[in-house]
Write a protein that binds this ligand. Structure first.
Ligand code: PTJ
Length: 272
């Protein structure tokens, strides 16, 4: 028997060694894979995750100052909204279900399952995850409460008549560009989290958070604790400090500067 023992985290059917230098990234990846086996995550969700990981490398896998400001603006907008809603898809349901439920409670913004790859079995699986994470009510699952958004094509137009249909501010992390544009055309404010600052969603949203969802949601929770104590007048004043377009430009400048710094770093190859 080998003398070498290692501690490992079991995610689904995989063992992730705790001493692996990329332990957290591997655990997150395994959660997405396991989520796909459980019909929570769409197959395309794996591809989306890989794209996100590549951009997160460029960010340095931590929250830069501009992203914290994007999160501040997002929380302020959600608190100022009359009918905010949080749209949940497969990826975010496996990555941060408890934090999503807590954010929903703090912001008084219901959770609505709204899938790009709409399948009944996935809706049911995601509802189960959210309920197990503490959600009392989940919109988007009851056929009796369906409504449609005219600007969206195919089945993706179906929304909950009590949720996205009525909402004035929709928080849609990891969203598709067409739907973001359609939601904007229907006069709703759209807030997204997308590691790619050049995606159509990032460019089309009213507020784009260029950060990993696994960091953004817990940080938004902390910010919500502070901002919810402010009056609408104070929040409106605070909102004036932030400009979405400027923050998105800062994201691009940050990423390009970081790549230049890395390219000039003589120690970059010394990983052994
Ligand atoms: O569960 P469904 O059916 O609603 O489908 C969800 C996905 C994500 C598969 C669907 O919306 C989709 O295909 O999205 P896209 O068009 O691939 O866009 C996803 C965006 O999210 C990409 O720009 C990724 O870079 C980004 N992304 C991926 N993982 C993360 C992320 N952004 C932030 N945090 C992440 N962890």
């Amino acid at each position: 028997m080998s003398e070498y023992h290692f501690e490992a985290e079991i995610v689904g059917s995989s063992e992730v060694p705790k001493d692996h230098p990329r332990y957290e990234s591997l655990v997150t990846r395994e959660k997405i894979i396991e989520g796909m086996h459980q019909k929570i995550v769409a197959e395309a969700g794996l591809i989306a995750h890989g794209r996100g990981e590549a951009f997160d490398y460029i960010l340095g896998e931590e929250t830069p100052p501009f992203a914290l400001n994007q999160e501040r603006l997002a929380v302020i907008m959600l608190l100022l909204a009359e009918k905010p809603i949080i749209s949940v898809n497969g990826n975010i349901a496996v990555l941060c279900p408890r934090e999503l439920v807590m954010l929903s409670q703090l912001l008084e913004a219901p959770l609505e399952i709204n899938l790009f790859y709409r399948k009944r079995e996935r809706e049911i699986a995601i509802e189960k995850v959210l309920k197990e994470a503490g959600a009392k009510e989940v919109f988007g699952i009851d056929p009796q409460n369906q409504s449609t958004i005219a600007e969206i094509s195919h089945q993706r137009r179906i929304v909950d008549s009590r949720g996205i249909a009525l909402a004035d501010c929709v928080f849609v992390p990891l969203e598709d560009g067409d739907r973001t544009l359609a939601l904007r055309k229907s006069e709703k404010n759209v807030i997204t989290v997308d590691l790619n600052p050049l995606s159509r969603t990032s460019l089309a949203a009213n507020v784009s958070i260029t950060n990993n969802i696994v960091r953004a949601i817990p940080e938004m929770l902390q910010l919500a604790q502070t901002y919810r104590k402010m009056s609408s007048k104070e929040l409106k004043e605070e909102r004036k400090q932030f400009n979405n377009e400027k923050l998105l430009q800062e994201a691009l400048v940050f990423m390009s500067s970081r790549l230049k710094e890395i390219a000039n770093d003589k120690n970059i190859f010394e990983i052994l």
